[in-house]
Design a protein around this ligand. Sequence first.
Ligand SMILES: [Zn+2]
Length: 86
Amino acid sequence: MAVPNEDTLELGGQSVGEGRLRGEQPAAKPRARRFLSILFRCCHVYGRLYRNAEQTAYTGRCPRCGAGVQARIGPEGTSRRVFDAL
Ligand SMILES: [Zn+2]
């Protein structure tokens, strides 16, 4: 039997279709989307940055206060996986 992904919710053996949680993370992943985990110093909480359409930077917002954050992607790619905001 297949092992469910950790992100997959199982409801009585039925796949999750309705009852989406906030709609922020669709049940079907398009592909592993590149993101960075960062620490938002403003509120001292961790959040994620996702690549922008131009693939030139990671952008995101503090989940608490909504402050915008951006991390540019270097020419050799981003090797760091954790960034501090601000
Ligand atoms: Zn904040």
